[in-house]
Design a protein around this ligand. Structure first.
Ligand code: SF4
Ligand code: SF4
Length: 382
């Protein structure tokens, strides 16, 4: 059973509505910057008085187009992102004045070279780890380089005051997102994981941060009330934590099905969850340094080593009273696939919880097999 609000909008409806909104903004002279990843310091884009818009590919449709240029054996998220750009079927890409990428995984960083042939694409050189003595200095200078590129391309001056205001606004948005995610820790949860996954992604198609904050605060208050009236003291279904790769592209096939088959997804330890929001930017430091410090702490598997992801998972398993962990690995994503053995060991040997790994892509070919594996896993938890 999925517990969705009456006015629930699907991802494709929200994406569609966003086109019209963005067109209006462009016509009013607003600049748009396309982004892909949790490492992107969107504060710099806001401080440049531009709109950051998420371009991550979550659809299978443009993949065959991407495969004309990119290898078939590549993560579907990268192929979908490039396919939208190359096939000219994404209005968000079309309206972007500049695209910002990062050297996260090899597939993405090499894809950005192709993307740059379609639209100016600035690639931030992300250090491969946090522990070297130069990592922070490198990332700090990349913040400066992005600031210069934005100023030059969008013809704006970005002052420290602009940056401080953007940092403050984004921190407020992070707090609102965290409060919303926190509802999942109530037992039984009044909030469906499918809604968590969809609402946060849908909010990327709103371009007014104050509006996003207001929507999240309203929904969190409604859910708290719903919990007190209708859920408190009732039995709970098995509680699942999702981890691994971003799940926007497998929302129907995996996220929805887990809940239809009898469990509740209570949290996401991935980029569809609080991985980026879970710690704030320090508002009392030099803004560019504070941004560099914050974004270097994002716990993606592209960082080596990455023990902070285990710490985040430990905290979430406890806070969300989790009964089992399901890891989603997108095909050909080496960093998450390699890290998954460590995650399995931690979950099963240290937390003594069942763990399931689902490796998949955006196609529908394996839906039956995925259903069978989820059902068998949920039987262990029943
Ligand atoms: S999983 Fe890693 S590379 Fe992908 S969006 Fe998240 S931070 Fe970026
Ligand atoms: S899911 Fe993995 S392979 Fe795909 S873009 Fe993210 S880190 Fe790269």
């Amino acid at each position: 059973m999925l517990n969705l609000p009456e006015n629930f909008k699907s991802y494709s409806e929200a994406r569609q509505e966003g086109f019209i909104r963005l067109k209006g903004l462009k016509e009013s002279g607003k600049k748009v910057v396309g982004v892909f990843c949790s490492y992107t310091p969107t504060e710099l884009i806001l401080a440049a008085d531009a709109v950051p818009v998420g371009l991550c590919g979550a659809s299978e449709d443009p993949i065959s187009y991407a495969e004309k240029t990119l290898p078939k054996n590549l993560c579907p998220l990268i192929k979908s992102s490039y396919g939208f750009a190359a096939s000219d079927t994404c209005p968000y890409f079309y309206f972007s004045d500049l695209v910002v990428g990062e050297t996260t995984c090899d597939g993405k960083k090499k894809m950005f070279e192709w993307m740059n042939e379609i639209k100016p694409t600035h690639v931030m050189q992300l250090p491969p780890g946090r522990t070297s003595g130069t990592a922070l200095a490198t990332w700090h200078s990349e913040m400066q380089r992005l600031k210069d590129v934005l100023s030059r391309t969008l013809q704006v001056e970005i002052t420290d005051d602009d940056l401080r205001q953007a940092i403050h606004l984004k921190n407020r948005e992070r707090k609102a997102i965290l409060d919303f995610y926190d509802i999942g820790s109530l037992k039984p949860t009044p909030l469906s994981g499918y809604e968590i996954n969809t609402l946060i992604d849908n909010n990327t198609f709103l371009f007014d941060t104050e509006e996003k904050i207001a929507i999240l605060e309203k929904r969190t208050a409604e859910l708290l009330e719903d919990y007190e009236k209708n859920f408190k003291g009732k039995p709970s279904r098995p509680r699942i934590l999702i981890t691994g790769c971003p799940t926007g592209g497998v929302r129907e096939k995996i996220i929805r099905r887990i809940e239809e088959l009898g469990a509740n997804i209570v949290g996401f330890e991935n980029c569809s969850g609080p991985r980026e929001q879970k710690d704030l930017v320090d508002e009392n430091k030099d803004p560019l340094l504070a941004l560099a410090e914050k974004y270097l702490r994002v716990n993606c598997s592209v960082m080596s080593p990455n023990p902070q992801r285990i710490e985040a998972m430990d905290e979430m398993i406890e806070n969300y009273q989790v009964d089992g962990v399901i890891e989603v690995i997108l095909q050909a994503c080496h960093t998450f696939a390699i890290e998954s053995s460590r995650i399995k060991k931690f979950v099963t040997e240290q937390k003594h919880l069942p763990y399931l790994c689902l490796e998949t892509d955006y196609s529908q070919g394996d839906t039956g097999q995925i259903d069978t594996r989820i059902s068998a896993f949920l039987e262990i938890l029943a």
